[in-house]
Write a protein that binds this ligand. Structure first.
Ligand SMILES: O=C(O)CCC(=O)C(=O)O
Length: 297
């Protein structure tokens, strides 16, 4: 079957995406006009292979115009409610596990264009196990809005590591306002030991040689990467907030292990089935059956 007319997955410039020194961006082909039609993010064989080899793939446009506006409005609702103190105004704001609080997030997270790609990468059953607005406030050069190199599984490890993060730009993002940077092929190293950035910070970090590659995206476009792919974001040197939304999906038969909370003592960390974590939502397929004795016959 041929690609749908608005199948943006074809727009990726494969040469650019596989070049370690390049900027990751949706390709040189003409960009489809912004519209309210829902895009599709079905992955080609080349993109599947790139995800396996490099640990990431550019999904291209995943939000329709109206979904983009809805998510921006939701970000504003959470930010207004947070009443951020002046001392934190130049930092990054995280509004996490928001599914139960936002119909818009649930809608995009469980029916959005990224879901086909998630089934291709994860399997028929897809759990939306983590959601988060990440708003990088303008910080000049203070360094406060930097998010150091890490693997998502360095904070909360998903086992088996079926998890895929879909990072969606809610504003155009580039190196000036703090786009995400990826260290290609880093997922092949497995889960790496993370160190606390400083005693008074919850940020973890890993030393990485080289800069990695910046994921330059237009608002509404997304990059997907594995839970083991090293990534970071630098400062927001502009005058406007850089807004993004972060969906993390995995197989519902996985367990979550909060490594960041048990720093240096991961063996003691509890292993909780993802389906029992608050704020998770089944996006596609079904849950594994519970143990036999759960049902009365
Ligand atoms: O959006 C960002 O700046 C980075 C967010 C991130 O890497 C994370 O939450 O794991």
């Amino acid at each position: 079957m041929g690609p749908a007319k608005n199948d943006i997955s074809l727009l990726i410039d494969e040469k650019i995406a596989s070049n370690k020194n390049a900027i990751l961006r949706v390709g040189s082909s003409p960009r489809p006009p912004m519209n309210s039609l829902r895009p599709k993010a079905h992955l080609s064989d080349v993109q599947m292979q790139q995800f396996r080899d490099q640990g990431y793939v550019i999904l291209g446009r995943v939000l329709s115009d109206s979904e983009l506006e809805d998510l921006r409005r939701e970000e504003g609702r959470f930010r207004a409610n947070a009443r951020v103190p002046g001392s934190q105004k130049s930092q990054t704001l995280f509004f996490s596990q928001v599914c139960p609080y936002s119909e818009v997030v649930r809608h995009v997270g469980t029916t959005g264009a990224q879901l086909d790609a998630m089934q291709q990468l994860i399997g028929p059953n897809v759990m939306l196990w983590y959601t988060q607005f990440v708003t990088k406030m303008p910080d000049g050069m203070s360094g406060k809005s930097e998010f150091p190199w890490h693997q998502d599984n360095g904070y909360v490890s998903i086992e088996p590591a079926t998890n895929v993060t879909v990072w969606i730009a809610l504003d155009d993002v580039d190196t000036r306002n703090g786009c995400v940077w990826i260290d290609p092929k880093s997922h092949l190293k497995g889960l790496l030991p993370h160190k606390k950035k400083s005693a008074d910070s919850w940020f973890l970090e890993i030393k990485v040689e080289g800069d990695g590659v910046p994921a330059v995206l237009k608002a509404g476009e997304a990059i997907a990467f594995t839970g083991l792919t090293l990534h970071r974001s630098k400062l927001n040197q502009t005058d406007s907030p850089r807004r993004a939304f972060f969906f993390e999906y995995c197989d519902p038969a996985s367990v979550a292990i909060p490594m960041g909370d048990y720093h240096g003592n991961a063996a003691q960390a509890p292993r909780t089935p993802v389906i029992q974590r608050a704020g998770t939502w089944l996006a596609r397929g079904q849950l594994p059956l519970p143990p036999e004795n759960k049902f009365e016959v």
